[in-house]
Design a protein around this ligand. Structure first.
Ligand SMILES: O=C(O)C(=O)C[C@]1(C(=O)O)C=C[C@@H](O)C=C1
Length: 342
């Protein structure tokens, strides 16, 4: 996959010129192709340039996969619909951000299935063009979340943060434009890939900085084992819409699962007023006419277990009685690890 080209070199400057942007989506340059079949590696679409954390998460979760860089998460999802990719990977939770509502929103608008999860320890580095000392740096570019995760460190270093689309994209901008007064925050892997210097490791303000990614497919997980064991727990994710009596539904959910000895791993109340300012949550009704429906009151729930288990089905029946809509988003192997990119 060719790295997108940026404009010719910028002259080093003491002022801070505008940050050049990446060229249009790499996705559109990929010829239409059939879904990988037989023994061909799975193709995983991710948002960002090669070297992004999402790409690393994809390669860690599916070691032999090939990866497809996309300009946006929505491009990554449309690459699944266009059969350019077999999987798409989305970050859905992080230590600082909590639930990434931006990506849940995407997930719910499409008829896709969660088939895998992966937890990645996100280790941020300060990267610069080789030979540039830290004292020459005036500003730093990266994904807005990465800048937020490193806020205190950047303040200490006196660097002006400027957001760009993704961490590896920032490195690419730095390299292609030879910006000598600018650093990027990205992974050690991106530094290697683009030949940049690592000036500082572990820039994140909290020592525990983990992002949870979900891998999506057009089809439910076929390799899902039907039995659970200590080493191979299954998890199911669902979305529940209700009439507004959140407390009553939450109590029902808690009792439906706890009375059957099922473990809840996530329960998040989505209040339309804080849903990233988007108002009601739009959910594709995959069982109905396949139409998008607007729900003002929604809960995101993950639990250990699968629909193969009658206790799970009974719990869902109980919950359905107090809710207006329930959609199962997928059953997949729970990731018991946190992978470190180091
Ligand atoms: O920019 C990247 O490298 C990404 O993979 C995206 C992403 C995100 O959108 O959450 C993933 C993890 C990092 O914390 C920052 C950014």
């Amino acid at each position: 996959m060719a790295i997108p080209h940026s404009p010719p070199h910028f002259l080093p400057s003491l002022k801070t010129p505008p940050i050049p942007t990446l060229s249009p989506s790499v996705l559109s340059a990929v010829p239409n192709a059939a879904v990988a079949s037989g023994s061909s590696p799975l193709r995983v679409a991710f948002q960002g340039a090669p070297g992004a954390y999402s790409e690393f998460a994809a390669k860690t979760a599916i070691p032999n996969c090939s990866t497809l860089p996309c300009r946006s998460f929505s491009d990554a999802i449309s690459s699944l619909h266009r059969l350019l990719a077999d999987r798409a990977i989305l970050p859905v939770e992080s230590t600082l951000e909590g639930t990434a509502l931006r990506n849940y929103d995407l997930l719910l608008r499409h008829d896709l299935h969660i088939v895998q999860e992966i937890n990645l320890f996100v280790h941020y580095c300060l990267l610069a063009i080789p030979g540039v000392p830290r004292s020459h740096l005036k500003r730093v570019i990266s994904h807005p979340l990465a800048l937020a995760h490193c806020d205190r460190s950047l303040h200490r270093l006196g660097l002006l943060p400027q957001p760009v689309e993704d961490t590896a994209g920032a490195v690419e901008i730095l390299r292609n434009n030879q910006l000598l007064d600018t650093a990027a925050i990205a992974s050690p892997r991106a530094a290697l890939l683009y030949g940049l210097n690592v000036l500082a490791h572990g820039l994140q303000d909290t020592s525990w900085n983990v992002t949870r990614f979900l891998i999506l497919s057009k089809h439910p997980s076929s390799s899902t084992p039907t039995t659970t064991s200590i080493n191979h727990r299954l998890k199911t994710s669902m979305v529940i819409a209700h009439r507004g009596a959140a407390m009553m539904v939450i109590l029902k959910i808690l009792s439906a699962f706890s009375s059957r000895n099922l473990n809840l791993t996530k329960l998040e109340v989505i209040n339309p007023a804080i849903n990233d300012g988007k108002g009601p949550v739009m959910i594709l009704d995959v069982r109905g006419k396949g139409s998008l429906r607007a729900f003002p009151h929604v809960l995101y729930v993950d639990f250990e277990g699968s629909l193969e288990d009658s206790r799970v089905n009974d719990a869902i029946d109980d919950i359905s009685k107090v809710s207006v809509f329930v959609r199962i988003l997928g059953t997949y192997s729970a990731d018991p690890n946190v992978y470190d990119l180091h």
